[in-house]
Design a protein around this ligand. Sequence first.
Ligand SMILES: *Cc1c(COP(=O)(O)O)cnc(C)c1O
Length: 466
Amino acid sequence: MSTPPLASGPQGPSALRPLLDTVLHALDTGARARGGPLPAGGPGVVAARLRETVGEILPDQGDPHALHALVHAFAEGAADPAHPLCAAHLHCPPLAVATAADLAASALNPSLDSWDQAPAASELETMVAQTLAREIYETGQTATPDSLITTGGTESNQLALLLAREACGGTVRLVTGANAHHSLPRAAWLLGLPEPVVVPAPGGTLDPAGLDEALTHLPRPSLVAATAGTTDAGLIDPLPEIAARCAAHGARLHIDAAYGGGLLFSDQHRTRLTGLDTADTVTLDLHKLGWQPVAAGLLAVRDTRDLTALRHRADYLNAADDTEAGLPDLLGRSLRTTRRPDVLKLAVTLKTLGRRGLAALVDQVCARAREFAALVHDHPGLELHAPPAISTVLFRPAGATDATVAAVRRALLTDGRAVLGRARLDGRLWLKATLLNPATGPDDLAALLHLVAARRATLAEGHTPR
Ligand SMILES: *Cc1c(COP(=O)(O)O)cnc(C)c1O
């Protein structure tokens, strides 16, 4: 058998071209076979169909048609975030230009653990990291912001806790709101930190008075983690008040802006992040309000000196004499070793769209959320939780039990008609629409509400919820 073609090198582009045609064709046939936002039938049916199509994963004799068959099955069985009725999670439809850039990253496969594997990629990463750090820390309160490219909010939050622990001399107590992302207490567990203190978040945002109270009684050092854009409701904690409390008590501040950080690009919305630049560290996810394929995370630090805690030597990657001779030392910019150049798609997106292009997308999804909330508000059979803070709308069939709310969501999934999330807030279960698709139109929103109301009616007619 001849060597399978490689993606880079002189033959790379000509080897890829027909394969890309195959992939694009299979994406198309797969999506048509699905015909909706997700495959109908539920997990058992989807799994059986996939197994049937794929057959043996590692046959003795290779199958030249595997690419088409698998991509078709992958697309047929996908929950497509570009479908207007796929709106459960912070799961964005990626921009075509970002996905195209990601192909080049895959083809060339630079790895960001040493300069000799990524000469241009490492410089591009520096440029993007600096640019985004300055976007967050714009007010000049600090001359030396920096940022690390991560796999997402979870890794960024872990790094934020690690940097805090090291800056505080080996241990720190995490203080979060009850509304904080689950990855924060988990990171405290991972890093062997004391049990986190959880401050009440009445109405979904961290209560500054409760925080003050907690910080008054806690031995130092503390790291307060606030949220700008909660995963459940898109709510933004009162950042300036929290920053003032942290300053008064000498606590470090981390802001998890995994979701809300994207508002920075918008003149219309960025003032809602006032106070963000007071944080020692900030988490930002551009695979949410940034329309990137996964993964595209960022951890920004106000003071680049905090990053010295990550310094690390491995002779084969950053020998001291290589570093002295001028080879950039990349190992201290992550806890990972081999590292994908996620920065290429980011750089391409930022430059292709510009601040205005990104702002238009942010403004669009925020406006859609307000329209959707207005439709819910005016619908006699539905109850709205609250006007949206970013692009998340919580609602429920009026007068329904929590069990019915959950059953409506599962019925829509099984029907393959709509993908909605769920969130428990104020002691009740809500349906969650996270609107991240800038192409979603008013008619799509009306259709979504129609589906929910219709499904609720059939369940109310005595069909057993399951
Ligand atoms: C999504 C999210 C995270 C986790 O980010 P991942 O990219 O999924 O790891 C953390 N915090 C908040 C507020 C989030 O919304």
